[in-house]
Design a protein around this ligand. Sequence first.
Ligand code: SAM
Length: 332
Amino acid sequence: MQVLKLGDRYGRVATDLRVSLTDRCNLRCSYCMPAEGLDWLPQDETLTDDELVRLIRIGVERLGIQEIRFTGGEPLVRRGLPDLVRRVREIDADIDMSMTTNALGLARTAQALADAGLNRVNVSLDTVRADTFHAITRRDRLDDVISGLAAAEAAGLGPVKVNAVLMRGLNDDQAPELLRWCLDRGYELRFIEQMPLDAQHGWQRDGMVTADEIFAHLEREFTLSPASEPRGSAPAELFLVDGGPATVGVIASVTRPFCGDCDRVRLTADGQIRNCLFARHESDLRAALRDGTSDAEIAERWVTAVAGKAAGHGIDDEGFLQPDRPMSAIGG
Ligand code: SAM
């Protein structure tokens, strides 16, 4: 079988596939979704497990995909997730398979997911204070996230990483507290700059907490020094905390973009290929899956889709337009 590359005209090759399993979520984080939720994708537009497994197989066997990360929406709300994980693991015993999750319900499923072949999880947690958790997510589920994290660690889904978004006036003063909490439990914390991807289109550059501010908050209590390991295509810039070996990461997508090293390609829950969170163009593979197109032809369409990847996300370009799909419908 001929193996193609998902290359673009800037010399980047996509090997990391982010797969959104659903656009639905059981939290309502204010930087992501309105309180009332969104109009969810109709069931018949969402890829079935068979369709997902077929596309992932094409990606791995014909297009050089080496990493799969399940995301959403909230991937744990997809029924039968351990079985899907097992089927993807059967495609390739060595592929790196991880999941980004809010951890609600993870306490129940972590072991089954690990047994099915999932390697790691990234858990989103912006605060360890119950009142702030409710203010951000509009739900009282902090204890469930904490027990989900512990279950992931116990099931061997590590190193467990924690993703946090800081919001001005809500939790921006809690960065050192969250880092201390993660260090005490051996979780690797990474702060993500808030991006213009909320469904409400309420993001404002002067309202977001920048990487520089995050460093300033952390350096009130910790000494940070650049980690020596090469960053490669990783979104997070890593820093040793108090000389190491523990690290903290900052994903500064807005103020320190890293598009030149991007190796990611995204598959939405309704079967669209996106080259970037901020892309305004998608390539439809669901139609190809459903009209009898061969695996070889689907692989070629995927190659064509990635070849057109833009040089950068363009947030700073004059005339930047936020994508129509919010983060939850793209897969963060
Ligand atoms: N529900 C899962 C979770 O909570 O991890 C997966 C999907 S969620 C969209 C993935 C990540 O995107 C989370 O860490 C979340 O905090 C982050 N996120 C959502 N909206 C964001 C925004 N506007 N800017 C930056 N990060 C955002």
